[in-house]
Ligand binder design. Sequence first.
Ligand code: EPZ
Length: 420
Amino acid sequence: MDKIVIEGGVPLSGEITISGAKNSAIKLMAVCLLTDEPLELTNMPKLRDTRSMGELLAELGVAVDVGQDSTMQLHARTIASTTAPYDLVRKMRASFNVLGPLLARCHQAKVSLPGGCAIGARPVDLHLDALKALGAEIELSEGYVLAKAKGGLKGADITFPFISVGATEHTMLAAVLAKGETVLNNAAREPEIIDLADCLNAMGAKITGAGRSEMRIVGVSKLNGISYAVVPDRIEAGTYALAAATVGGSVRLKNVRSEHLGALWPLIAKAGTKVTMDENSVLVERFGTPILPVDMETQAYPGFPTDLQAQFMAMVSLADGVSIIRENIFENRFMHCPELVRMGANITVTGREAIVRGVKGLKGAQVMATDLRASASLVAAGLAAVGTTEVLRVYHLDRGFEKIDEKLGNCGARIKRVSE
Ligand code: EPZ
């Protein structure tokens, strides 16, 4: 199994081009199930998760063609199977989102329940309640969701009890081909939701209000094939910005939509890093000045993203004072703390709060994490640490960060991937 080996203590200097957003790309891939015409996605990141989604779509009968140049062609001329087996769904939770499109197009589906994961239980009750509201009959049997919609799905007025990115996207993917109008209240407002709506609208869907709490979807009978560019990955951009803030130096991030990280920039600046934005890029700089402590709590968009919480913690673990970090989205997303502590950080976790007492320096160690964002925080910590850090279980990083070693290496980091 591969590992990432880092010789820390070198400030970063250079440019990093941000890839397409993983969390948008995998939902956009599911869109292909809604039309018998070809869908081309450009600015696609090459990741383990997009590969897993491709494998599942191929199993359902989709012709999947991955190009050399960040493009992917998907063509679901016919649906060969409406069963998404456990072996493929368990690799990546978001693949559960094929249920809605299969129901919408084929009026039936059998999709494995995704199960829990390292960052929390992550049930799918909101997804299933919304599909039921759209008229689906749902049964759970032997770890599978068996769903039917005789005569097709019908528009409905749905209020989510709390904000869920996945449930909002899943309902959109089902409601676009339903008969009549669907109103989503308390919908998630993430940029990935807007990306999905933009893609579907370009195919002929009628979605208004994406990016607001109330979204309206007037069902259409057919969607057309198109070519669509995936939005840049705000979490990848935020990760490299925080890495630069942690290690110091100067990094220009290119292909960034800086407005998608509105909650991050003021906090990075408060921590003592200079951030300069222009149209498509962001320059992040810290030269020798101390990192200042900053409190932070995660929230649904436009709040601070939970997917940057671990990386933010790596930064303030080196701050000149105490920071309090609160995780409001997932109940178990502090697994990076004991690993950071092994590198010399001083962190105490109580329930959903972590008290981070800044230390003067971190020391390289062998570390591993149980999810991809946590792994990224260990890479950032390793870049700032004295000595050698080995980040094990690199497959987590491969799920969501394209060429992380190459991108950081181009900025002068002494980082390499080693196969064992
Ligand atoms: C998406 O997960 C992202 N994943 C996550 O990124 C991200 O952390 C999360 O949104 C929050 O921004 C993808 O887009 C593939 P939720 P999702 O539904 O949709 C609970 C990464 O590292 N909930 O908004 O699964 C749930 O347990 C990943 O790239 C229910 O209780 O998140 C959580 O506590 C990790 N019942 C909260 O809601 C449901 O039916 C928010 O989850 C659905 C969710």
